[in-house]
Design a protein around this ligand. Structure first.
Ligand code: UDP
Ligand code: MG
Length: 314
């Protein structure tokens, strides 16, 4: 049988302490599998520490280590996309640099794909041990809403950490949108996906780069990019309110004609005006959010800008 090539895509943002450990651990997995060769694609996402130097050190005289370095921090989504765009192997793996994604799982994933003939095998956390309670509660709520209101299905606990065959990689490459939400994209492109489960592990060194605010923004991105139902809801809501107020108006006219004019009712009127005024502005804001995204997407800017790389040298 031919030797299989597996591209290991590792997005790195200020991971100087983790690069070598993750590389060494993954090497061990590689030797344990046999009949396949790993290519490492480190994507340096505008780190301000020594991440790039350490990657270059690894790449020196080692054909298997490739890197792409961005001109600034473009975010993990862009880094994953850069890896996908440069993957030429039979399979591609996306893996975090902080060893929160145990490289040993790659072996299980490969076995699953070879045994079942599926296209993709992704890791799924069975728990969120060691994670903030509120954070995991919010995440759970997000996935519930997402699955309810969009036309894709994402299981809670599914990670970006996965092994995909070349077909799926090619499909993802065809989605060059700027605001990326990979979990949605993986689900959207389809393909037969299986899961391997594992227990949550703490990040090896350094800190998570996600603040509460950036997580909220990320959830918003995911929601707006994959669900148009908020807009549908706004439309329905507007319709119901319009019909309701028309009925109310008719009732009021009849009441005035029959009972004569009465002055009370000022407070309720103001309340209604404020309520619907507020709702209108909120819904306009929602629509504005979609239009803003359309504007950004129509610019057709690249997802990332490469500053240097050892991939195109040869
Ligand atoms: N990452 C990146 N760009 C960023 C933020 C993060 O490439 O702007 C990388 C980071 O180096 C790590 C992975 O994405 O390899 C996951 O990041 P992190 O551990 O901070 O996220 P968490 O595990 O808390 O979800
Ligand atoms: Mg992490």
């Amino acid at each position: 049988m031919n030797e299989k090539i597996i591209d290991i895509i590792i997005p790195c943002f200020n991971e100087e302490t983790n690069i070598k450990p993750v590389y060494e651990e993954t090497r061990l997995v590689e030797t344990g599998i046999g009949n396949c060769r790993f290519n490492y694609i480190f994507v340096n996402d505008g780190s301000s520490d020594n991440t790039l130097e350490i990657i270059k050190e690894l790449a020196q005289g080692n054909e298997q280590v490739k890197y792409i370095s961005f001109s600034r921090n473009f975010g993990k989504e862009a880094a994953m996309y850069a890896g996908i765009c440069n993957s030429r192997g039979d399979y591609a793996v996306i893996m975090d640099a902080d060893l929160q994604h145990p490289p040993a799982l790659i072996k299980d994933m490969l076995e699953t794909i070879e045994r079942t003939g599926c296209d993709c095998c992704a890791a799924r956390r069975v728990n969120r041990k060691g994670e903030d309670k509120i954070r995991s509660l919010c995440a759970g709520l997000f996935y519930k809403l997402m699955n309810r209101f969009s036309d894709i299905n994402i299981a809670d606990g599914v990670l970006d950490f996965r092994l995909m065959n070349r077909n799926m990689v090619r499909a993802i490459r065809q989605l060059p949108e700027n605001r990326r939400f990979s979990k949605g994209i993986f689900a959207w492109v389809g393909f037969d996906t299986r899961w391997v489960e594992f227990e949550n592990v703490r990040r090896m060194k350094g800190e998570s780069k996600w603040s509460v605010w950036s997580l909220i923004k990320y959830a918003m991105d995911g929601f707006i990019d994959f669900a148009v139902s908020p807009l549908k809801f706004a439309g329905w809501f507007g319709g119901v309110v319009a019909v309701g107020s028309a009925v109310y108006l008719i009732v009021e006219i009849i009441k005035t004609l029959v009972l004569g004019r009465d002055t009370p009712g000022y407070a309720s009127t103001i309340c209604l005006i404020l309520f619907f005024g507020g709702m209108t502005i909120a819904i306009l804001g929602l629509i504005g959010e979609y239009i803003g995204r359309m504007y950004m997407e129509t610019k057709g800017r690249p997802v990332y800008i490469e500053k240097e790389s050892n991939i195109h040298e040869d």
